[in-house]
Write a protein that binds this ligand. Structure first.
Ligand code: SF4
Length: 1020
């Protein structure tokens, strides 16, 4: 057996990364004040590092400490994408400290403008949260992989062989009997297609009898986890060159229904956020300040500061769990709602607001942006727009257009090809011809029965009484009325903010829309203290270089493996059933015409070969067995282990993870401090900005020609070996049409940075040239020399300037113009979602709802969940918690965070625990219809009775938690990473669809919050 210390030595020999020597060692060496048995250097500061900046005692002037390199990049310890200042030992190259970037709005509320001299930022550091600070342990994880690995034995047997980069590229590209050396009888004779063999079939159809499925090359699938911005762009570019439509990120296991609902209400936008700093009243719905949200630390800071102001913010948290919401005193309150009933409560509020005329009637009566702006409004809605409400009409459910109404031919702009009842004339007119239109209308126009969008939502809200909604949601009717009254008492300075808790249910899309519509009723969009869809970003895609362009005669086409953004009714399967006179419903698995990034559907669809099989699967930062409800179940894992189902599985990971442990090959990937990405700021920040993540250190081994191994270099080398367009000598075209090579990742990312830099902006946000001090402090001259051929000489000074500051941000002075936000959204806001109403559920054949309503959560074929698992037998509902200290797998290496909370446990309400005789700290079984797991009971007050929760990120079986072998040497797992409970693998499967969790078939979210369970005492 190899102990941890010997393991590290062995890893060095075998090519695996070297890091800390163990859990206790790790703590020991990270405690800055520890004297380690020797006299500490300083009586107060112990052995902590010398500061980044030194002050001359006589002049008081600051100067950089020459011992350190300071580089500015972007964090990825969560998706908040905060700017970082990374302190690197100039002699050893080791990262010593991570703090906040003073040029980034997430980390410094009054952040410095891009033309602020570096020295002037020295006394104003930005902040990072505990996670951000602990990131140093993510990159120096002792379990880091730094060379390629190939499995020995069957998939998942826990045995690996280090291999060379060239062998990796050759085998996965050329295919053939590449597993003959694994000792695995099941795959020894498998003739694997490889990238080259599959690409050779790019002109063949996937299925000649179903041409809509596109090219055979759709058999390559990229399943990305947390891949965003330009790094996702790079993966998509490879996919486009390979002629596949199947490049995915993780969104449906996160909160896609939130994005889909937002995009229906705020057309094309995926997020709306309150102007927290200036708001008077906010409802945080299914989320709370301080927990995972966008951006986590920034929302917490804004909320705390706004609440502390005299006459400042009041807020309410609506969630089954009170986590870190800061609810105390008079300015904040918590309403513990039953999981999945948010739509009922929001509809109760809508009903009360409409019944009591507390909505902004004049705002809602303005049918176009022009009409709205004429009276000083900043946005407009479809409240007055008429919808066909006539089952016999072929366009039932669509907006009445000018032709339907007999008012002429279609308007060019689709938003204007609608009709409303003009208040001045009391007649139907094109919306653009009305300054003020009737908000409530039900009647006939040109013989067609119509209703206004506002009338439809009013009718929907009136389907239940406030008392009924109160009973559904568990929030008293009086409390709902009080909340509705308060929400409508602050003019435009009130907003509803919603996130995962609202939407991760089978009815999530409808819940989400109901919450968002509350904002429309008060007309808060674009107002200071109201709501924003954000300031936007400086795009990396175009400008100086067309970095996304691929010139191919076989463009990617066809239905995606997940059947997203595609209608079942257009499929050959549907048409064949119809032709045979069969009921075409249900489809074999659901189709998702309204949703996107359906991560959870990839493995089951591939195994079931619906609508087609998968030849090559590439997991990147993806761990579906851990992160996706139900998918870590034994049958699913066994199916993926069988190479006949998916012949080639490659993972790109920084460790042997909970899912990558089942791959055939693992590409050693870069950590967040070693990689590139251009990522826009999130809408909570009102200004425009793009953060630039770039390799401030590099730790993986190098390819034979000197590039650090990572996902991008893998793509580049495979592409060049099999001759994909857009790589090699003719890689990227500039604006003048000249070709530039793409042979290393910087050839592409530096051009993407040039695109960010050389976009026109407002005068005071122009990018200055890099200064000599920035070059010195950031140690940038070597970097620029190494990659100098990637850009023109004229571009380098400003590109370096943006790298030196970790991105390009608009100055904070551009956030607001008095009582209005600078960046405004002016498309028609929707009470009514025509696209949704005109689309069908592929399982039931029923159309989705154009307006929202209280929709009971069900299985795919409509069985109510209370019937599926009787609450008498299963009295608890499991919800998940993404806390501030853990959630992503990579945080399991952050021992400083684990020290704060080593074990997650099962949170149970004191009332329930008392009834069951469960004591705090006692071991209990959590039992679901699909299995049981043991955990420590954490008895708390801040959770709705009947609900239990666990903090995600604990209870790993990979990621260094269990033993495995590399090159025959045993690597010992660390029990710290196994600690805690993880319930995703035993969450509820939908009985109507093979290997599918409960799902929101409208918005596409997988369901985390509706598994029934019971608690059993371990020794009962
Ligand atoms: S909120 Fe914390 S973990 Fe997330 S990006 Fe910001 S500093 Fe990093």
């Amino acid at each position: 057996m190899v102990n941890r210390r010997n393991f590290l030595k062995a890893c060095a020999l075998g090519g695996v990364g070297v890091g800390f020597g163990g859990f206790y060692d790790t703590f020991y060496h990270l405690i800055p004040f520890n004297d380690r048995g020797r006299q500490a250097l300083h009586p107060i500061y112990g052995n902590s590092n010398a500061p980044e900046w030194l002050r001359d005692p006589s002049s008081g002037k600051l100067r950089p400490n020459p011992d350190w390199i300071l580089r500015y990049t972007v964090d990825q310890q969560c998706h908040s994408e905060c700017g970082l200042q990374v302190k690197i030992n100039r002699k050893t190259g080791r990262v010593q400290r991570i703090s906040g970037n003073p040029y980034h709005p997430n980390t410094l509320t009054d952040y410095d403008s891009i033309d602020t001299p570096l020295l002037a930022t020295a006394a104003r550091p930005g902040t990072v949260c505990a996670r951000g600070n602990a990131g140093i342990q993510s990159i120096y994880d002792p379990y880091r992989i730094t060379v390629p690995l190939k499995r020995k034995g069957p998939r998942g047997s826990g045995q690996w062989q280090p291999i060379g980069w060239e062998q990796l590229i050759k085998e996965v590209s050329d295919g053939g009997r590449i597993f003959a050396d694994t000792g695995d009888a099941a795959s020894a004779d498998l003739d694997v297609l490889g990238f080259n063999g599959l690409y050779a079939k790019r002109r063949e159809p996937m299925d000649p009898s179903a041409p809509e499925l596109g090219r055979r090359t759709n058999g390559y699938v990229f399943q990305g986890g947390r891949i965003v911005g330009s790094r996702l762009g790079f993966a998509r570019r490879f996919g486009a060159a390979f002629s596949t439509v199947n490049t995915y990120e993780h969104v449906n296991i996160c909160e896609v229904s939130h994005h889909v609902a937002t995009a229906q209400v705020y057309p094309g936008k995926h997020m709306s956020k309150p102007d927290i700093s200036e708001a008077k009243f906010i409802i945080f719905w299914g989320t709370q300040p301080g927990d995972a949200n966008f951006p986590m630390q920034t929302m917490a800071k804004y909320t705390a500061a706004a609440r502390a102001k005299a006459g400042g913010l009041k807020y309410v948290v609506i969630d089954p769990l009170l986590s870190r919401g800061g609810v105390m005193g008079e300015r904040a309150n918590w309403l513990p709602i039953k999981p999945g009933t948010d739509g009922a409560m929001a509809l109760a509020m809508i009903r009360w607001i409409i019944d009591n005329r507390r909505y902004n009637a004049d705002y809602l009566s303005r049918p176009t942006q022009a009409a709205a702006e004429a009276v000083g409004e900043l946005s407009h809605t479809d409240a007055s727009h008429l919808v066909i409400d006539d089952a016999s009409h072929p366009r039932n459910g669509a907006f009445l257009n000018l032709e339907d109404a007999g008012l002429g031919s279609a308007a060019q702009d689709e938003e204007l090809d609608r009709v409303a009842i003009d208040v001045a004339t009391n007649r139907p007119v094109a919306v653009e011809h009305s300054a003020r239109a009737a908000v409530a209308f039900s009647g006939k126009v040109n013989g067609i029965k119509v209703k206004s969008a506002f009338t439809l939502i009013g009718e929907s809200a009136s389907e239940h009484s406030i008392e009924d909604y109160a009973a559904i949601s568990g929030i008293g009717a009086a409390q709902i009325v009080d909340l509705a009254r308060e929400f409508t008492s602050h003019g435009r300075k009130a907003a509803c903010e919603m996130y995962r808790g609202v939407v991760k249910h089978p009815n999530g899309y409808y819940n989400g829309v109901a919450v968002l519509l509350l904002n429309l009723l008060v007309g808060n969009l674009n107002w200071t203290g109201g709501l924003t869809v954000g300031g936007g970003s400086f795009s990396y895609k175009k400008g100086q270089y067309d970095v996304m362009g691929i010139e191919t005669d076989t463009p990617a086409e066809g239905v995606m493996l997940s059947r997203e953004e595609a209608e079942y009714e257009e499929s050959s399967e549907y048409k064949a059933k119809k032709a045979k006179g069969e009921n075409p419903y249900p489809s074999k698995r659901p189709w998702f015409p309204l949703s996107f990034e359906m991560f959870s559907e990839l493995l089951p669809s591939a195994v079931q070969r619906y609508p087609y099989g998968v030849d090559i699967l590439l997991w990147h930062m993806a761990t579906p067995f851990y992160s996706t409800p139900t998918q870590g179940n034994e049958a699913m894992v066994e199916a993926v282990k069988d190479p006949k189902n998916i012949p080639l599985i490659i993972a790109s990971d920084i460790v042997v993870g909970d899912t990558s442990m089942y791959a055939d090959y693992i590409i050693p990937d870069s950590s967040f401090l070693e990689r590139w990405c251009h990522i826009g700021v999130l809408p909570t920040v009102l200004t425009k900005g793009t953060g630039v993540r770039w390799p401030v250190v590099e730790l993986t081994e190098k390819t034979p020609d000197g590039r650090h191994m990572c996902l991008e270099e893998f793509f580049i080398d495979v592409a060049r070996r099999i001759g994909l367009p857009g790589f090699g000598d003719k890689g990227i075209r500039d604006g003048a049409g000249k070709w530039w090579p793409l042979k290393r990742k910087e050839d592409w990312y530096l051009k993407a940075t040039a695109n960010v830099v050389f976009q026109s902006g407002v005068a005071d946000s122009e990018v200055p040239d890099v200064t000599a001090l920035e070059v010195q402090v950031g140690d940038l001259s070597g970097f620029a020399e190494t990659f100098k051929s990637a850009l023109t000489p004229a571009q380098w000074p400003k590109v370096l300037s943006v790298l030196a500051k970790g991105g390009r941000m608009e100055p904070r002075s551009r956030a607001r113009e008095g009582d209005r936000l600078t960046h405004r959204f002016t498309k028609t806001l929707h009470f009514y979602a025509e696209e949704v109403a005109r689309t069908r559920n592929s399982m039931t054949g029923e159309p989705f709802l154009g307006t929202t309503a209280w929709v009971e959560p069900t299985t795919a074929l409509g069985q109510p969940l209370d019937q599926l698992d009787d609450p008498k037998d299963w009295p608890f509902t499991i919800i998940t918690l993404k806390g501030a200290l853990q959630s992503h797998s990579r945080l399991s290496s952050n021992y400083v965070l684990r020290q704060i909370m080593p074990d997650n446990g099962i949170q149970v309400a004191a009332q329930d625990a008392g009834r069951l005789g469960i004591a705090d700290g006692e071991n209990v079984w959590v039992v679901t219809p699909h299995g049981k797991r043991k955990g420590i009971a954490r008895v708390v007050e801040g959770i709705h009775p009947g609900v239990i929760t666990f903090n995600v990120g604990y209870g790993h079986w990979g990621y260094g938690a269990t033993n495995y072998r590399i090159g025959g040497r045993r690597i010992e797992g660390d029990k710290v990473r196994r600690m805690g409970i993880h319930l995703n693998p035993i969450m509820r499967r939908d009985p109507d669809v093979e290997q599918m969790s409960l799902m929101d078939l409208t918005g596409g979210s997988i369901v985390y919050f509706n598994t029934r369970a019971r608690l059993e005492k371990v020794n009962a």
